[in-house]
Design a binder for this molecule. Structure first.
Ligand SMILES: NC(=O)c1ccc[n+]([C@@H]2O[C@H](COP(=O)([O-])OP(=O)(O)OC[C@H]3O[C@@H](n4cnc5c(N)ncnc54)[C@H](OP(=O)(O)O)[C@@H]3O)[C@@H](O)[C@H]2O)c1
Length: 239
């Protein structure tokens, strides 16, 4: 697949797996992290078709400057995978949660997606097409108590994806939303702040998805012929 792809949040979990799967398919892949050192294992594994890039999707100036700062071989981005995201707190009561941290979830998961898409879509339009793939969540379709900020962020990603698809219909830009259920990644450790608690959380579920399972759905969306747009893919572990 001869495409140039930018994946946010490539240092772990789903983003890392998307980089691996797409590079293996022959894409040139830019993977971002707030700390490029965390991308070194992918650099070692994937070679010259993988470009590590430092990016905090909360940094408005850095995101806006992104297209101007890409090396020529990676500058014409065909596909943006908006994957960077997190949650905070770990099933804490709303009143006991930190308001700034909850707003930080929205800043990354929603504003980060809007900013990164806005920075790259102009180039896609100039080149006559592109594909935006947003990693949403089942939490974008149904509520969970004690996860209100995260759920709000994923409902927003859902509404953003749907609206963007309508806006660019017929203009060469496809928009796909992937909505995974539970995936075993670094997500729970970031949410809970503790590796053992995170392992216990995943172990308490009989089955969870692996990051590669989600990466394969991204590949499926990208593989479709030009007249086919994968609007949404809901992917959950067998229950
Ligand atoms: N795990 C699940 O069960 C699950 C289910 C449904 C949806 N999702 C969604 O899948 C996406 C990926 O999560 P994951 O499960 O793979 O979690 P993960 O293993 O914790 O990876 C999250 C990635 O996001 C990046 N990130 C976080 N904040 C960032 C910021 N401000 N700027 C740039 N990058 C940032 C991290 O990179 P750095 O820290 O290196 O910057 C990391 O690479 C998220 O959008 C999540 O909501 C996860």
């Amino acid at each position: 697949m001869n495409k140039t792809v930018l994946v946010t949040g490539a240092s772990s979990g789903i983003g890392e797996a998307v980089c691996r799967v797409l590079c293996t398919e022959g894409c040139r892949v830019i993977g971002t992290s707030r700390d490029t050192a965390r991308l070194q294992p992918l650099v070692d594994e994937l070679g010259e078709n993988f470009l590590p890039l430092t990016l905090d999707v909360e940094d408005a100036a850095a995101v806006a400057a992104l297209p101007a700062n890409l090396p020529p071989d990676f500058a014409a981005i065909d596909v943006l995978v908006n994957n960077a995201g997190h949650d905070t707190g770990g099933r804490q009561a709303f009143e006991d949660s930190d308001a700034d941290q909850m707003c930080g979830v929205v800043e990354t998961n929603v504003n980060g997606v809007i900013r990164t898409t806005h920075a790259l879509i102009g180039g896609m339009l100039e080149r006559g097409g592109g594909h935006v793939v947003n990693i949403g969540s089942t939490a974008g379709l149904r509520p969970f108590a004690t996860m209100s900020a995260y759920v709000a962020s994923k409902y927003a990603v859902h509404g953003f994806s749907e609206s963007l698809r309508l806006e660019y219909a017929g203009r060469g830009i496809r928009v796909s939303e992937i909505l995974p259920g539970l995936v075993r990644t670094g997500f729970a450790e970031r949410r809970l702040g503790d590796a053992q608690q995170a392992a216990n959380f995943y172990d308490a579920h009989d089955i969870s998805l692996q990051p590669r399972d989600v990466a394969e759905t991204v590949l499926f969306a990208l593989r479709q012929p030009k007249h086919v747009e994968i609007a949404q893919l809901l992917v959950v572990p067998v229950s």
